[in-house]
Write a protein that binds this ligand. Structure first.
Ligand SMILES: [Mn+2]
Length: 173
């Protein structure tokens, strides 16, 4: 059985230390690491070695891509910040992006709200913000996404690497 684990963080807004800390904690222990944008760091920063990263609305560095598509075996992930799909106003365009890539997992950010939900075959994951959480959950969070042959699990963690259990979700594939 193929099994993958993805570390996902977003919206660090200039806090390089938190990105470095999460990278140190997970690099080599997960299949891949993702940062969904608004790092406000240079695209040439060596911190991005080993982290998949896209451009957020607060990233003015032209070295970032808007969208990143990665394949791990039979698993397809699409990663984008979300502002270009207008996610403040609805999910249709983000869903169209996921459909166009036949994505199993769609990673986004921008809203600073930890969330995981499924539409069609795609599980959408916002890891929240590691700097400025918004909404009901006032905790700085990141996410671990586990994918195997029959399910996709999403768990959120606080910055001391402790599970934030009330947000965990499991989806059938
Ligand atoms: Mn942001």
């Amino acid at each position: 059985m193929a099994s993958y684990t993805f570390l996902v963080m977003s919206d660090s807004h200039g806090d390089r230390h938190v990105v470095e800390d999460i990278k140190q904690h997970y690099q080599g222990k997960v299949t891949a690491l993702f940062h969904n944008g608004d790092s406000e760091l240079p695209s040439t920063d060596p911190i991005w070695s080993g982290i998949e990263v896209v451009r957020g609305n607060c990233d003015y560095d032209n070295g970032y891509e808007d969208t990143n598509v990665r394949h791990f075996g039979e698993v397809t992930l699409v990663q984008t910040h979300g502002h270009l799909q207008g996610i403040n106003f609805g999910w249709q365009r983000l869903d169209l992006l996921a459909q166009s890539e036949d994505a199993d997992v769609c990673l986004y950010g921008h809203l600073h709200r930890a969330d995981a939900w499924k539409n069609g075959k795609t599980v959408f994951v916002n890891p929240g913000s590691v700097l400025q959480p918004r909404g009901e959950v006032q905790e700085k969070l990141y996410a671990l996404v586990g994918v195997d042959d029959d399910k996709i699990s999403v768990d959120f963690y606080s910055l001391n690497h402790q599970l934030y259990p009330s947000l965990s979700k499991v989806f059938e594939r």
